[in-house]
Design a binder for this molecule. Structure first.
Ligand code: PEP
Ligand code: MN
Length: 264
């Protein structure tokens, strides 16, 4: 892929801090919940406030997200806290609605990256956007599929493009919810050295006590940022309860992480 230097440049051009921090609940649940967490994250290191409103659940019968009404709540977050906003998009209708409601960062989930048809639909819908678009790795450890999805978006003229490493499914049970396969993340960095790469320790670990260590490993490997699911009452979250941290815990994690300076 050409012009890979331009990829990192958008991070510098936007003067975003290192590491970039995206935090907020797995799912938007109610307007009160979305605003409460956002206010708690307001004066922290968080740059982008995430909340999933269309939730791709592996099996039916679970909470599938509040839908488009959540976009109005994210608009309120921006008005009341000044935080920039982020949500997952999985089809053209989601993209159109998210752009209409001025969401600042759109991410593509692991269950979408596996499908070249979905990736092409998203690339077409996002063509030429100046919003940030981050592509999670596919659920399976297939580097080519991840790179291919990113190439489709790059070809569609998306300038602020980046990736999220959220780990990979395995049949065997491990201590991780999704094994990190750090070697693949390193290979990804070698293939696209200038593409911003964010780590998602929440979906890698599935457990809040492991988030610090995975975040530290990612920063030691020169990742550009972290996406950490954060909820005011994690145990009662409507999705991914075991892996969410409170806003106070997030502040503590960010304080304790050793962050490398550019000059190191
Ligand atoms: C999420 O970010 O809440 C999510 C569903 O993630 P993933 O696509 O990594 O499973
Ligand atoms: Mn989640």
């Amino acid at each position: 892929m050409e012009n890979s230097k331009e990829m990192r440049k958008w991070l510098d051009d936007m003067a975003l801090p290192h590491p970039l921090v995206v935090a907020g609940p797995c799912s938007a649940e109610t307007e009160e919940q979305v605003l409460k967490i956002a206010h708690q994250l307001k004066d922290t290191d968080v740059n982008y406030y995430r909340a999933g409103i269309w939730k791709p659940r592996t099996r039916p019968g679970n909470f599938e997200g509040v839908g488009a009404i959540g976009l109005k709540w994210l608009q309120k977050v921006k008005e009341e806290t000044g935080l920039k906003t982020a949500t997952e998009v999985a089809n053209k209708a989601h993209v159109d609605l998210a752009l209409e409601h001025d969401v600042d960062l759109l991410w593509i989930g692991a269950r979408s990256t596996v499908s070249p048809f979905i990736m092409q639909e998203l690339a077409d819908a996002l063509e030429g956007t100046d919003k940030i678009v981050l592509v999670k790795n596919p659920v399976n450890p297939d580097l080519a599929l991840w790179l291919g999805g990113i190439e489709r978006l790059h070809t569609a003229g998306i300038k602020k493009l980046g990736a999220i490493h959220r780990g990979f499914s395995t049949y065997e049970k491990t201590k991780y919810r999704n094994i990190p396969e750090w070697q693949m993340a390193i290979e990804f960095q070698n293939r696209f050295p200038d593409l911003p790469l964010i780590n998602d320790p929440s979906h890698i670990t599935g457990k809040r006590d492991m988030i610090f260590d995975v975040s530290q490993t990612a920063l030691d490997l020169n990742f550009d940022g972290l996406m950490i699911e954060t909820h005011h009452d994690p145990d009662n979250a409507w999705s991914d309860a075991a892996q969410q941290v409170t806003p106070d815990k997030l502040v503590q994690i960010m304080r304790d992480l050793k962050i490398r300076k550019e000059s190191d």
